[in-house]
Design a protein around this ligand. Structure first.
Ligand SMILES: *[C@@H]1O[C@H](CO)[C@@H](O)[C@H](O)[C@H]1NC(C)=O
Ligand SMILES: *[C@@H]1O[C@H](CO)[C@@H](O)[C@H](O)[C@H]1NC(C)=O
Ligand SMILES: *[C@@H]1O[C@H](CO)[C@@H](O)[C@H](O)[C@H]1NC(C)=O
Ligand SMILES: *[C@@H]1O[C@H](CO)[C@@H](O)[C@H](O)[C@H]1NC(C)=O
Ligand SMILES: *[C@@H]1O[C@H](CO)[C@@H](O)[C@H](O)[C@H]1NC(C)=O
Length: 757
């Protein structure tokens, strides 16, 4: 009887166990062990379903050599399957019954349970009730199942739904698996030591089929083998391997690589006809020509992410006749090409016997994008010309020819064999030279760093500036009036110069801006642009506050802050900034001086007193009116000639006296306002002209009247007082011209003059 149940949790365990024991797999060989390499597997047909007896209990022991993969896989009818394997450091079970999928991790996600290169012994009970009744022990420790799906599944491995092949340690073709997730999709490398199934204590070991080297299975399984790694270190590196002289219709190649180089030939299999894989700008290119002539079939990988990210990339290339397909590790198709040649109907064998890895010995004649060697690491190469097996190639043990390689991966090593030439501080990093800032690899050589000429690259200097290349930078020498990194900004000092000889400090601004410069003004000037004279520069107000105006200044004085005055004399007493310090000796001298002054003063007063007394006694005889009546008259000074204004300076004593009285009480002289001043001037001028033209004004003591006269007049003085004193020689000859009657008179005068000489 076979049955498969699929129901809710509440009904779990209610069914009776039906156990069918297949004795065919029940041999007594407990120490039976197999090493199953990548691409290899152990297979049972439907009649020998090893899981039939595992409904109650399944025990197995294994050692794992890579990161993930399938250990046990049973494929039932339709889409039903059961899969158990390793992923993310944990055991993982995935099953599908009638399109309902169950996913179960075993162990905590925070801690790896299944460690690489270590032996694990696993006991699973209640395997049939995957979601609830199952208990798992690994190396004696029990781990809880962690369900990712909520579907409850109970399965019987002997039911028709689960009847089918059982695979152990791998599978024939990753593309035949029906897995719903990617978690177990990988070729595992594992040792299987034993598998036991049964109920209770009634356990029997499952016989692992005999080792078949052609299927990648061997019966020696001591340790995980070291991967076969090789590094390609130059632009002409290569490994050459002789493969098979037999023409084949199919090729399978699997390998891992890691690099940061964006270009390079990874694989070349063939002679004139060939299959090739290479990197072009970070993408993988698949190229096929099964005839050796005609147009190659070329296709670039569809994956958006570049393959030269420095991480391990694993790819598989499968060729059948004229069609080649490139797969990712998870089985996704990266590229597919079909070589058509003259006719697509013609199936070609690939008549190739040489496999080149990383480059070829002589790249001449290859398409140009295949001529550069790959730089980086290649690992885990597997090759087959048959359907079934992917044989590993251990480079060091193969009879290979090579150039510029190392049998290790240079992951984080610096470039011992990489000639990263020139430049500064560059390091090699899986296939490329990492250049210092301002340097980059040349177009022709990714292993040489050269200085980047930013001037040529960017042409950054504007407005006629000259550019100088620097390391990772450039320098523009600007022409006037520009400044800035690229000479694109107007200089503020040019457009807003400082006036009156002020010096200009250019500030860093993004555009022309008057506040983008500072002026240091020459002495006596102020304002942002030094255009204002600074009348206060010499501190004319002393302790007062100087107010600077466009055409002058005035002072605000501390003793009279409400009044605005012109200069410091009017700012009142200067404030004493500190009390006077005086020494005792100086004090004595000062006091002595004061005492002498007092004595002199007393003596003077005494003399004066006696003098006044004597004088008073002498004056007692004088008439009182002559002595004490103060003589007050107008003082008039007349010019000799007359009545003109400028000849007479008259001072009215009364006026002077009253003015003096007024001055005593005034603080300051009145200042005429300019308007008032104009009126007074007009008045005076008007009176002056009246006087000048007044013909009625008679002379006081003279008949002559002069319109204008005085010191300013061109007429000379007529005063006899002055003329009598002149020694001027006079000529009386003109009297002769008056007639004979006057000649005698002329002679008399002239003789008189001559006599007096
Ligand atoms: C696995 O472990 C053994 C020792 O137990 C060691 O010799 C071997 O190199 C290891 N293999 C790997 C791939 O680490
Ligand atoms: C100068 O020019 C370079 C190149 O054209 C540009 O990238 C940069 O932003 C410019 N810098 C300034 C400050 O304008
Ligand atoms: C850039 O050029 C200016 C003007 O020619 C010069 O004064 C300056 O020193 C240069 N700077 C560098 C780093 O060369
Ligand atoms: C320019 O002048 C302003 C205003 O006086 C001042 O705040 C600033 O510090 C000055 N800048 C420089 C660089 O002298
Ligand atoms: C003096 O200051 C006062 C008050 O600010 C002002 O009204 C006056 O115009 C100033 N005089 C001069 C000559 O600057």
């Amino acid at each position: 009887m076979f049955s498969t149940t699929l129901k809710g949790r509440q009904s779990l365990g209610s069914r009776p166990l039906l156990i069918i024991v297949f004795f065919l797999g029940y041999f007594g060989d407990v120490s039976c062990q197999r090493f199953v390499d990548k691409g290899g597997y152990l297979l049972w047909n439907a009649d020998r379903n090893i899981l039939d007896r595992a409904e109650d209990r399944l025990e197995f022991s294994f050692r794992y050599c890579n990161n993930k993969g399938l250990l046990i896989y049973q494929q039932g009818e339709g889409g039903n399957y059961f899969a158990l394997g390793v992923t993310e450091g944990r055991l993982y079970i995935e099953a599908s019954i009638d399109n309902r999928v169950l996913e179960v991790f075993i162990g905590e996600s925070t801690q790896d349970v299944v460690l690489k290169n270590q032996t694990h012994e696993v006991i699973i009970t209640g395997l049939r009730a995957l979601d609830s009744g199952m208990r798992i022990t690994i190396n004696g420790t029990e781990y809880p199942p962690q369900l990712l799906t909520v579907v409850s599944v109970q399965l019987s491995f002997s039911s028709p739904a689960m009847r089918g092949q059982t695979l152990v340690g791998g599978y024939k073709n990753i593309f035949d698996l029906r897995l719903n997730t990617q978690r177990l999709k990988a070729y595992p490398i594992a040792c299987i030591f034993y598998i036991r199934t049964g109920e209770g204590d009634n356990l029997g070991p499952v016989s692992l089929t005999s080792a078949d080297e052609s299927l990648g299975v061997s019966d020696t399984c001591d340790v995980c083998p070291q991967p076969s790694t090789v590094s390609m270190t130059t632009l002409t590196s290569y490994i050459e391997m002789q493969i098979d002289k037999t023409p084949t219709t199919s090729t399978v190649i699997n390998f891992k690589f890691r690099t940061k180089a964006s270009n390079g030939l990874l694989l070349y299999f063939g002679g004139p006809a060939y299959l090739a894989v290479y990197l072009r700008n970070g993408a993988l290119v698949l190229r096929l020509n099964t005839k050796g002539s005609g147009v190659d079939a070329v296709r670039e990988s569809t994956r958006a992410a570049p393959f030269n990210d420095g991480e391990w990339q694993e790819i598989t290339i499968r060729r059948e006749n004229n069609v080649a397909t490139m797969y990712s590790l998870a089985g996704d198709v990266l590229a597919r090409v079909e070589f058509v040649g003259e006719s697509s109907d013609t199936a070609h064998v690939l008549n190739a016997e040489t496999l080149f890895i990383g480059g070829v010995a002589d790249p001449r004649g290859l398409p140009s994008d295949m001529r550069t060697s790959f730089r980086g690491c290649v690992d885990d190469l597997r090759f087959s010309v048959q359907e079934d097996s992917l044989l590993p190639y251990e480079f060091q043990r193969q009879n290979i020819r090579f150039r510029d390689i190392e049998f290790s991966c240079m992951s984080n090593q610096t470039c011992r064999s990489y000639p990263c030439r020139l430049g500064r501080g560059e390091a090699c990093d899986v296939g490329v030279c990492e250049c210092a800032e301002g340097y980059r690899t040349t177009n022709t050589d990714p292993l040489t760093c050269e200085n980047i000429d930013e001037c040529a690259e960017l042409d950054p200097c504007q407005n006629g500036a000259t550019c100088t290349d620097l390391i990772a930078d450039y320098n523009c020498s600007c022409t006037d009036p520009y400044k800035g990194k690229n000479c694109t900004v107007d200089r503020n000092c040019y457009y807003f110069p400082c006036a009156n000889g002020g010096s200009c400090l250019e500030l860093d601004t993004a555009s022309r801006n008057e506040s983008g410069r500072n002026c240091s003004c020459a002495h006596g000037f102020t304002a942002d642009d030094c255009s204002v004279r600074d009348y206060c520069a010499d501190n004319p107000c002393g302790v007062g506050v100087c107010n600077n105006y466009l055409f002058g200044y005035n002072c605000t004085c501390p003793d009279d802050p409400d009044e605005i005055v012109k200069d410091r004399q009017n700012c009142g007493p200067l404030a004493v900034s500190s009390p006077i310090q005086i020494s005792p000796a100086a004090l004595i001298i000062v006091l002595f001086g004061v005492a002498i002054l007092m004595v002199v003063l007393i003596v003077f007063l005494a003399f004066r007193r006696s003098y006044l007394k004597r004088k008073r006694e002498a004056l007692l005889d004088y008439p009182k009116s002559r002595v004490y009546e103060e003589s007050r008259e107008n003082v008039v000074e007349y010019g000799e000639e007359g009545y003109g204004e400028e000849d007479q300076d008259t001072f009215d004593v009364n006026v002077i006296q009253s003015a003096g009285d007024t001055l005593k009480h005034r603080k300051r002289f009145p200042v005429l306002s300019p308007e008032d001043a104009v009126e007074v001037a007009d008045f005076i001028n008007s009176r002056l002209s009246d006087a000048n033209v007044d013909t009625n004004a008679g002379a006081r003591d003279q008949k002559m009247s002069f319109a204008v006269e005085g010191r300013g007049t061109p007429a000379t003085s007529l005063s006899s007082l002055n003329s009598s004193s002149t020694e001027e020689r006079q000529s009386y000859d003109y009297l002769q011209r008056w007639g004979p009657r006057f000649s005698r008179l002329s002679d008399m005068f002239n003789d008189g003059e001559s006599d007096s000489d």
